[in-house]
Design a protein around this ligand. Structure first.
Ligand code: ARG
Length: 290
């Protein structure tokens, strides 16, 4: 029996897992956690009474940076600003696609100055910056799969920002409503594994979404990886993929195995210190599509 005949007996989803996943090296923006600490509480993960160790945060962040270098990514850096401890979570600094940066407008005043800081960086790098009207926290809530932008709301970004996105990028924007305060940004509950799309191109935590949003996800991604509560509790879904290599929290063990079963290659990093601020791999990563 030839391989081709063999394949005819397999389900489409099984064939997909056998295909070689293709890596497309990414260009990303990161921010060294030089001023990282937890001095206020704007999500349930943050507890200002608990101590943080900036040295540990820097070492762990470096391991993420080194992993990206090893994968052949191009990593750009923005200068951290004193008094903005959450600036390390670069994903929230904006959304960049087609050479256009849609600026961030933060929900909480504590992070307010980060919006203009990131927008200045985008402008200095030659991107066309569109000033935001609605509250939005950038790629923390906006994730592109194929030619569609999935946009989160419920805790941080206003639905009005989804309308702005559709107008700026002339793409379909699908609103997803988050319902669990621990998964307050879309990138804490939804991971893009292959940005070209396909039935197994994403992973998500079903209970983080309202019924209507869950129905959309089930329909669009019938073979998605569904995260376990244990993996979600270490922000396992807060991961970053080049289409083949998926950089994830090292403690997300079930997620790693599920990724392998779909043909992806997981790479674990330990960002436990940055988890104290409520962020992980993806939060520290803003994709630059320019
Ligand atoms: N402490 C930050 C906040 O609550 C964490 C941001 C995490 N970023 C993300 N893209 N999910 O705003």
């Amino acid at each position: 029996m030839t391989v081709v005949e063999d394949r005819e007996t397999l389900l489409d989803t099984e064939v997909e897992a056998l295909e070689e996943r293709v890596a497309t090296p990414k260009t990303v923006l990161m921010c060294r956690p030089e001023h990282f600490t937890v001095s206020y509480r704007i999500n349930p993960w943050m507890e200002p009474a608990n101590p943080t160790d900036t040295g540990v945060a820097l070492r762990q962040w470096q391991s993420l940076y080194d992993t990206y270098q090893r994968l052949g990514f191009h990593v750009e850096l923005i200068e951290p600003i004193v008094g903005l401890p959450d600036m390390v979570y670069a994903a929230n600094g904006g959304f960049v696609l087609d050479g256009i940066a849609y600026g961030a407008r933060f929900h909480y005043a504590e992070r307010g100055p980060e919006g203009p800081a990131y927008s200045e960086w985008f402008a200095a790098r030659g991107l066309r910056v569109v000033e935001p009207v609605s509250v939005n926290e950038g790629e923390g809530d906006f994730l592109k799969v194929g030619e569609t932008i999935f946009a989160g709301t419920g805790f941080r970004s206003d639905a009005g920002s989804h309308v702005e996105l559709a107008r700026i990028y002339d793409r379909e924007v699908v609103t997803l409503r988050l319902v669990d305060p621990s998964f307050y940004h879309l990138d804490t509950a939804f991971a893009v594994l292959d940005d070209k799309g396909g039935p197994a191109s994403v992973a998500y935590l079903p209970r983080a979404f309202d019924d209507a949003s869950r129905a959309i996800l089930e329909h669009r991604f019938p073979d998605a990886v569904l995260a376990t509560d244990r993996d979600a509790a270490v922000l396992g879904l807060n991961s970053f993929s080049d289409g083949r290599n998926v950089v994830i929290a090292s403690k997300a063990e079930t997620f790693a195995r599920d990724l392998e079963s779909k043909g992806y290659v997981p790479h674990g990093v330990d960002l436990s210190e940055l988890l104290l601020g409520g962020g992980g791999v993806k939060c520290c990563t803003l994709e630059l599509r320019w």
